[in-house]
Design a binder for this molecule. Structure first.
Ligand SMILES: Cc1cc2nc3c(=O)[nH]c(=O)nc-3n(C[C@H](O)[C@H](O)[C@H](O)COP(=O)(O)OP(=O)(O)OC[C@H]3O[C@@H](n4cnc5c(N)ncnc54)[C@H](O)[C@@H]3O)c2cc1C
Ligand code: SF4
Length: 512
């Protein structure tokens, strides 16, 4: 799809997670003098060992978007990935084109990932061409607003940020007060299923691969065959029309029970009532304000209860905007943090799902076949095990960045380093999300099919989560002592007989 222009005024860079035809990059775009530039690069695909689904999603959505731009009359240079190319980088590709075309200026929306921004800015400066990064109006909280909110604070709690955003945007507000008089419906949300399992629920929509997607699936299978994951079930939205359809279907069919079962897990049920909108949002096929508008309209029309609407709004207007603010405010130093001094390698079974621990086998196995796991599987299964074991934050961060179809660094890194690993020492979470097997037993049926017993902390059938939980508290006792939210757990630790604690300390981590 690459074609060479004669002369170019502005080279308008569009990255794989900036697929919005109304983005600020196109303000003032003149099709006679300006040109859109997009590229698939091996360097980006191999920066971490990306799941095949993640690669296919990005390439397919990018190719569809390039076609859409052309239909709108915008000239596009699109570099498809050459399967024989061993090591093209985004910056390298851009440098070559800048040298040939010598545009007056490179324009783009600020890249979401710090590394990409640095690389592209450097490439343009080397070529002697000025770069204009425009602020990203996809997001509801401009970076300056986040910085104003954060300035002078000692702690950066999501709840405080979320309330500021509700007031600022007026979403689910009655003047200065939250609609229904409550900011937070957590007490009504987060039920487990009980022994019977999940009630009947609709399957999420599936989008059959068209010719463009099929070509991409073949390319990825051939060129990145050694990467983790399977492409067999690929049915994710890759165009804006599909993403809008997925949004409507979610609001109509699943939002009403979203909050209630937000934290529940069940064998063979990867999706439940979750929205599955993260990949479309992160690629910018969907805009957060339209997602919020759809959910709040359903509440106003009486189709969904307040608890469901608020639970969902909190994720989009609260968590998503908040982690982005944290990322930009504390990068690049944030990525180096390791407050708990975690120093173990990531277990190999994270890449295969081959483990005797039923919960991990299920969460990882499902991720390998679909590219997806829901929040509690990420936080309280794969994230929790890594936290308790003490895996090096960089390794677990790279795993998450590689393995989920919706992974882009600005959202993945704070969730992994901050929320799940406590590697930022409590900047994001007020305490480590640490728990033993009892939590997993309560929220899922995984323990029923497991060779371990969640209530045992020592012995051959001791649940590794339970054993590691006590070992974690024991190891970090001194650091956690000052945290009032940990005092009950530490008191329980003190009740464990010394001999048992010695056994817990001695146990080796599971190889499988
Ligand atoms: C360790 C860990 C790693 C994660 N990595 C990513 C990632 O790489 N990319 C990503 O988009 N999300 C990530 N999340 C957040 C969350 O798990 C996913 O957004 C969610 O599971 C996506 O599925 P869904 O669209 O069905 O979400 P739903 O459960 O339906 O939630 C609705 C939407 O809210 C937003 N959202 C919910 N929770 C969060 C959160 N904690 N942070 C930011 N946005 C949130 C998402 O846009 C999501 O689509 C991570 C969470 C954890 C604990
Ligand atoms: S017993 Fe432990 S390892 Fe097994 S499924 Fe339950 S929590 Fe997971």
């Amino acid at each position: 799809m690459s074609n060479r222009p004669h002369s170019v005024r502005h080279l308008v860079v569009v990255l794989g997670d900036q697929l919005d035809a109304e983005s600020a990059a196109f303000d003032g775009f003149d099709p006679r003098r300006d040109r859109v530039w997009m590229a698939e690069a091996v360097g980006e695909a191999e920066y971490v060992r990306s799941h095949k689904v993640r690669l296919a999603l990005f390439f397919s959505a990018m190719r569809h978007f390039a076609d859409e731009l052309k239909q709108r009359g915008r000239p596009v240079t699109y570099h498809e990935l050459d399967p024989h190319d061993a090591r093209s980088s985004l910056a390298g590709r851009m440098t070559a084109d800048l040298r040939d075309w010598k545009p007056e200026r490179v324009i783009g929306v600020e890249p979401g990932e710090h590394r990409v921004r640095e690389d592209l800015t450097h490439a343009a400066h080397e070529a002697g061409i000025p770069v204009e990064w425009r602020s990203d109006r996809h997001f509801l909280c401009p970076r300056e607003v986040f910085d104003d909110w954060a300035e002078g604070r000692k702690t950066f709690r999501q709840e405080h940020f979320y309330r500021m955003m509700r007031r600022r945007t007026g979403v689910l507000m009655d003047g200065e007060e939250p609609v229904g008089g409550m900011w937070n419906y957590d007490a009504e949300n987060r039920a487990s299923f009980g022994r019977e399992g999940p009630p009947d629920h609709p399957s999420p929509p599936a989008y059959r691969p068209d010719a463009i997607t099929r070509e991409v699936l073949e390319l990825v299978a051939r060129r990145f065959g050694g990467h983790p994951g399977s492409l067999d079930a690929f049915a994710w939205p890759v165009t804006r029309a599909q993403a809008l359809d997925a949004l409507q279907r979610f609001v109509r069919e699943r939002l009403a029970s979203f909050g209630r079962y937000q934290d529940a897990m069940w064998t063979g049920e990867p999706y439940l009532w979750h929205s599955l909108l993260s990949s479309s949002l992160n690629l910018h096929l969907l805009r957060p304000h339209e997602v919020l508008a759809a959910a709040t309209a359903a509440f106003r029309d009486g189709v969904v209860p307040a608890a469901a609407a608020e639970g969902f709004v909190r994720q989009i207007l609260g968590w998503r905007e908040y982690v982005r603010g944290i990322y930009h405010r504390f990068m690049p130093e944030y990525a180096q943090r390791n407050a708990l001094g975690a120093d173990r390698p990531l277990p190999e079974f994270y890449w295969t799902g081959e483990t005797a621990m039923a919960c991990l086998r299920e969460a990882i196995g499902q991720t390998l076949s679909t590219g997806y796991a829901h929040h509690i599987q990420r936080l309280m299964i794969t994230g929790l095990y890594s936290l308790l074991l003490g895996v090096r934050p960089k390794e677990i961060h790279e795993w998450y960045l590689a393995i989920y179809l919706d992974a882009v660094e600005w959202v993945e890194l704070p969730n992994v380093l901050g929320m799940s690993q406590y590697a930022d020492g409590g900047l994001l979470a007020s305490k480590p999300y640490a728990a033993g097997g009892a939590y997993i037993r309560r929220m899922s049926n995984y323990c029923r099919g497991c060779r371990y017993r969640p209530d045992r902390r020592t012995g051959d059938d001791a649940c590794p989560f339970t054993r590691l939980y006590w070992a974690f508290l024991d190891r970090h006792r001194r650091r956690l002592k000052g945290n009032p939210r940990m005092s009950l757990a530490l008191r329980n630790l003190d009740r464990i007989p010394k001999s048992e604690l010695r056994e817990i300390r001695k146990a080796r981590p599971e190889k499988r």
